[in-house]
Design a protein around this ligand. Structure first.
Ligand code: AR6
Length: 165
């Protein structure tokens, strides 16, 4: 089941929340900053042991002080016009995060709009990629949540879901 909500992802009681991180996995702004603040300094200390993360890949950490049990960090592509492999890399973010989740018995997982903030991925194109990947995995999870940070973003996801079904 895929659910679209408008919320702060750090408040969700799910098995895993996904972080829109950078290659260092050592924190930043946006949702990454919010997740590190809510998880506490243990997340930064843990992530220092992970050796970073390539764009399109994913790594898993405990949730520490978050209500979520795990944080799955993935690194979206920086938008450079769409001709630099961005769609494939963004799809990989979702697929690799979902595969990693399955390997850790995650049944409920929430995603922010990877790449759609500082990294500049156009929101509608990103939502189509996100929803398509979520739909391919929907039957292997209890719940996949598209956690939007505004009602406008949530409306966009709902529109894409309607068109895709
Ligand atoms: N809960 C849910 N979604 C959120 C939250 C939140 N608390 N805060 C922001 N968003 P961004 P990116 C949404 O910029 O584009 C960081 O500095 C936001 O509205 O966080 O992948 C990293 O360290 C947007 O739709 O991630 C990297 O350097 C979405 O999350 C870089 O930013 C993603 O925006 C990654 O850029």
């Amino acid at each position: 089941m895929i659910e679209v909500i408008s919320a702060d992802i750090t408040t969700l009681e799910v098995d895993a929340i996904v972080n829109a991180a950078n290659n260092s996995l050592l924190g930043g702004g946006g949702v990454d900053g919010a997740i590190h603040r809510a998880a506490g300094p243990e997340l930064l200390a843990f992530n220092r042991t992970l050796g970073g993360c390539a764009t399109g890949e994913a790594k898993i950490s405990p949730g520490f002080r978050l209500p979520a049990r795990h944080v799955i960090s993935t690194v979206g592509p920086v938008w450079r016009g769409g001709g630099q492999g961005e769609p494939g890399l963004l799809r990989s973010c979702y697929v690799n995060s979902l595969e990693l989740a399955l390997a850790h018995d995650v049944r409920t997982i929430a995603f922010p709009g990877i790449g759609t903030g500082v990294y500049g991925y156009p929101k509608e194109q990103a939502a189509i990629i996100a929803v398509t990947a979520m739909q391919a995995y929907a039957d292997r999870f209890e719940k996949i949540i598209a956690c939007c940070f505004s009602e406008a973003d949530a409306a966009l996801y709902r529109e894409v879901l309607k068109v895709n079904t």
